[in-house]
Design a protein around this ligand. Structure first.
Ligand code: PAF
Length: 278
C-alpha cells in the first residue's frame, strides 16, 4: 500500500506501472463491505486506487457532514497489507479548487425518488465527485456497492451520458450476521439502536416473502404499518421499484425485475438498504 495526498504524485507513480486500473471510491471508515470491493478490484486489475474522501457536496445537512465518521488511522491499517493498492487521500482544496459546489446533472426520474427526493442535491454531489475522480485517474473499472443501489444506477447513467470508457462493477451488499447491511454509519448507533436496526433487513425479507401473494402497494402498506409507534425508529420510505429504471409499479410483471428499497432513521442515524425480489 502506498498513500498519496496529491493526484499528480499518484499519477506519476502510475506512469511507471503497466496493466489495468481499478478505482474504488470511498468516504473512509472502511468495513468488510469496502474490503470486498477492494478485493474484487485487486483480483481483476494490475493496479488499484482506493480514494478516501468525505465529499462535502453530497451532504444536504452540514451536521450530517460533520458527524460523518472519520477513522483514517484504522483505514490505513486495514489497507496496509494490500501490496498493489494506491490510496488517494486528498484534501478539499485539491478536489474543489474553485469552491465547494456540485455540478448540475439531469438524471431524469432516477434522482427524483428515494434518496434524491429526501436529500436535495445529494446525487449532484455524488456525481460531481465521481466525475472528478474519473477525470483525474481514467480508471478502466470502478467498483460500487449495491447497498447504495440508487447511487449505482445514477453512476451508470453518468457514465453513459458523458461517454466514459470506465466499466462500472456492482458488488453485492455485505451483511452482519443478523442481516444488517454493513455501513460506515452503523458505528454511530447506540447499543439499543443497533438492536432496532435489524428491522431493516427483516422488512426486506418480509417483502420478499409477500411477493408471491400481494401487490407492491399491499406490501408497501403492510411493512409501513409495522413501523408505526416504534420508539426512536422512523421509516422514511419503503418502496418496490423496477430494478433498473427505478419506476413505481402497480402489478408484478414476470418479465421485469424488482427491488424493495427502504430508508429509516434510527435515532439520529439514517440507514438505507434494499433487496432484489426474485
Ligand atoms: O458511496 C460512497 O461512499 C460515496 O457516495 C462515494 C461514491 C465514495 C462518493 O463520495
Amino acid at each position: 500500500m502506498k498513500a498519496f495526498n496529491s493526484y499528480k504524485q499518484l499519477n506519476a507513480e502510475l506512469k511507471n506501472r503497466k496493466g489495468s486500473l481499478g478505482l474504488v471510491p470511498t468516504m473512509g471508515s472502511l468495513h468488510q463491505g469496502h474490503l470486498s470491493l477492494i478485493e474484487k478490484a485487486i483480483k481483476k486489475n494490475s493496479n488499484v486506487i482506493v480514494s478516501i474522501f468525505v465529499n462535502p457536496t453530497q451532504f444536504n445537512k452540514q451536521k450530517d457532514f460533520h458527524n460523518y465518521p472519520n477513522n483514517l488511522k484504522s483505514d490505513l491499517n486495514q489497507l496496509m497489507d494490500f501490496n498493489n493498492v494506491l490510496v488517494y487521500l486528498p484534501d478539499t482544496n485539491e478536489l474543489y479548487p474553485k469552491g465547494i459546489f456540485a455540478n448540475e446533472y439531469n438524471f431524469g426520474k432516477l434522482d427524483k425518488t428515494m434518496e434524491g427526493k429526501s436529500r436535495t442535491n445529494h446525487f449532484n454531489g455524488v456525481a460531481t465527485i465521481v466525475e472528478k475522480l474519473f477525470n483525474i485517474f481514467k480508471p478502466d473499472l470502478a467498483y460500487f456497492g449495491e447497498k447504495d443501489f440508487q447511487q449505482l444506477i445514477i453512476i451508470k447513467s453518468l457514465v453513459n451520458q458523458i461517454g466514459y470508457k470506465v466499466k462500472i462493477i456492482s458488488c453485492p451488499t455485505i451483511r452482519e450476521n443478523d442481516g444488517l447491511a454493513m455501513s460506515s454509519r452503523n458505528q454511530l448507533l447506540t447499543k439499543e439502536e443497533r438492536k432496532k436496526a435489524i428491522l431493516l433487513y427483516a422488512s426486506l425479507i418480509e417483502a420478499k416473502r409477500l411477493m408471491n401473494s400481494s401487490s407492491p402497494s399491499e406490501i408497501e402498506n403492510s411493512i409501513t404499518k409495522k413501523f408505526t409507534n416504534i420508539e426512536g425508529v422512523e421509516l422514511q420510505y419503503f418502496k418496490i421499484l423496477t430494478d433498473h429504471s427505478l419506476s413505481e409499479t402497480k402489478e408484478i410483471n414476470d418479465k421485469e425485475k424488482y427491488r424493495a428499497f427502504m430508508a429509516c432513521d434510527i435515532g439520529k442515524v439514517r440507514l438505507i438498504d434494499n433487496i432484489a425480489l426474485e
